[in-house]
Design a protein around this ligand. Sequence first.
Ligand SMILES: *Cc1c(COP(=O)(O)O)cnc(C)c1O
Length: 427
Amino acid sequence: MNYQNNLEFAKQQDQLDPLKNFRNQFLIPRHKGEDVVYLCGNSLGLQPITAQQYLNDQLNNWKNLAVEGWFQGDDPWLDYHKSLSGSIARIVGAQENEVAVMNSLTVNLHLLMVSFYKPDNKRFKIIMEGGAFPSDQYAMESQVKYHGFDPKDAIIEIFPREGEFTLRTEDIISTIHQNQNELALVLFGGINYYTGQFFDLKAITDAAHQAGAYSGFDLAHAAGNVPLKLHEWGADFACWCSYKYMNSGPGGISGIFVHEKHFTDGQLNRFAGWWGYRQDNRFLMAPGFDPAHGANGWQVSTSPILLLALFKASMAIFDTAGDISILRRKSESLTGYLEFLINDINTNQNEEVFKIITPAAPETRGCQLSVVCKRNAKATFNFLAENGVIGDWREPDVIRLSPVPLYNTFEDVYKTAALLATSITTL
Ligand SMILES: *Cc1c(COP(=O)(O)O)cnc(C)c1O
């Protein structure tokens, strides 16, 4: 697209946007009488207008049906989670029986590690991206220790080369090869939360498998943001949260993917609970765990219906928007516009005042741009906030800005960049 640095261009793009009406399906916080420019969907997505209704419906079922709600009503609670499998399977590129909607993200990561991290004295190493989201680091450390290994020996973190901000796929692959005799698992984020880099998940999966290891992904920043093909890529497992790009509310329900090739593997450990038991016989309450076929066999506890209801409100919007590739097309042009405008500021200043550390190639990033502010970083972030732009701040000097295709506009992006330009002269 031939971008232009002016408000008319931005407004015109919004007019032409086939997804423009989706913004009206979200509640947008206000600042001094105007909608905020919300570029923080990478942290907490906005509330769908329908969320209250979905929640109320289930509160009403509880009120009117009480325990019978498990079996009666329009959408009995016993199968409620299953009504979400189709939507989430499309988003992560899986078969319906390869996904389950359950728990929260780090909990799911631990549960999947029980199945897919089975170290022995020969194979015990885990490769992950350096500077992974802290919860993932803590989860890996504690898993390794739980099995009696020292994280210093067992966890290999891959960092960018000197002077670079993001990882080269060739370096990831060669680290996997170098460790192939001792490697148990490659556990990567889909998109790194700090840099916004979208890793080549297929290449990582292939290399992990060649090395005789499992490949698993934390898709917190990827699910609902970029197209994924977990089944086709042959990933062994994955998990994600739904409160970032999938707008399910603070602490909303998470989900897992387990590739169907593992469904009949009796060697996999799992921490079982009754909700993962074969549904047809669950209420016989018989001794001996007989898991449901598919990812639902990894469930542990009774479905949290109220959280599922909030997630369902959001999935209905994704279903209406159509294939994730449609959102992605807009996402690429929105983020491309933000990149263009920031680069334009730098060009006008004859200096890289705002350094974008997110990779430039669209296939190596999602909607987020991570921007290093070379001058007055914190003051710049505060200046944006005072003027109604909500991004998010990462120490020591990074502002993350994530225009989301469902509810952000080209005008949002334009306003943000205009404020960044103003900040240079006023701060
Ligand atoms: C957001 C995020 C989390 C948060 O995990 P919770 O268990 O939902 O608190 C974990 N890992 C990554 C990579 C994230 O981006």
